[in-house]
Design a protein around this ligand. Structure first.
Ligand SMILES: [Zn+2]
Length: 248
């Protein structure tokens, strides 16, 4: 193969490698953000539980205040007893007190339910906190690992880019410029042919050009359709066939 073309082929291999590594490098910050989001989700579950607990505590406090208010009412009602003159008035007061007492029973029953719920929710906190802290630690380790991976990947990229630049410096300036243009526009700039078909644009090139690509690999050939540089990879079995043909 033409040495200039050979260099472009190796530059292209490096470019492919650089592209793959760059893709990996671009993925790393995204992976970290995804991990962060997952952690935030877990944190908000814990926050939701804590909010529920706060609500239950408020309800419990309200129950206590309600009980206290009703007990004050009982005291006030009972305070009327010494001034009572008739049995009817007396039993009316006792009925009122009984009514208040059963109201208190109702509130206390509700308070008990609230307290049970509160106890149940509060019991979940330590495990959830422990789990969350564990997740935080795991995430920190993951992030650190990813940051190191990014650094390594960037160093690898720098090395490859330096190597690529060095290789490109020894390529003829016009060919190098054409390569860059093709690479930018078409992704692949140097392709081989299969039969008479350009493996870049998959069009059939002129048989004469295909023949020249095969028989004069030291010359520079370009696809008439996509402008890509063309080369030919001799197949081992073809060589064997030729040898057999020659020996006959
Ligand atoms: Zn082509």
């Amino acid at each position: 193969m033409n040495p200039q073309l050979q260099k472009l082929v190796s530059v292209q291999q490096m470019d492919n490698e650089i592209g793959e590594i760059q893709e990996m490098a671009d993925l790393i910050p995204k992976q970290v953000v995804a991990g962060e989001k997952e952690l935030e989700g877990k944190k908000s579950a814990l926050n939701a539980l804590q909010r529920e607990i706060e609500e239950l505590k408020k309800k419990r406090k309200q129950c206590e205040q309600d009980v206290q208010a009703e007990q004050d009412r009982i005291a006030k009602t009972k305070a009327k007893l010494p001034t009572v003159k008739t049995n009817k008035e007396y039993s009316a007061i006792l009925t009122e007190v009984d009514a208040i007492k059963s109201k208190i029973d109702g509130i206390e029953e509700k308070e008990l339910e609230v307290m049970e719920a509160l106890e149940e929710k509060e019991a979940q906190i330590p495990d959830l906190e422990k789990e969350f802290n564990g997740e935080c630690q795991k995430f920190d380790e993951y992030k650190k690992k990813k940051e190191e991976e990014l650094k390594r990947t960037q160093a690898e990229l720098q090395g490859l880019e330096a190597k690529r630049q060095e290789a490109m410096e020894s390529v003829d300036a016009r060919m190098a410029a054409h390569y860059e243009k093709l690479r930018k526009a078409r992704g692949v700039a140097v392709v081989h042919i299969e039969g008479e078909v350009c493996q870049g644009c998959h069009q059939q090139i002129q048989p004469q050009v295909a023949l020249e690509v095969r028989t004069s690999p030291d010359k520079i050939h370009q696809c008439q359709f996509c402008d890509r540089y063309l080369y030919f990879i001799p197949k081992p079995e073809e060589e064997t066939e030729t040898e057999t043909a020659v020996s006959k």
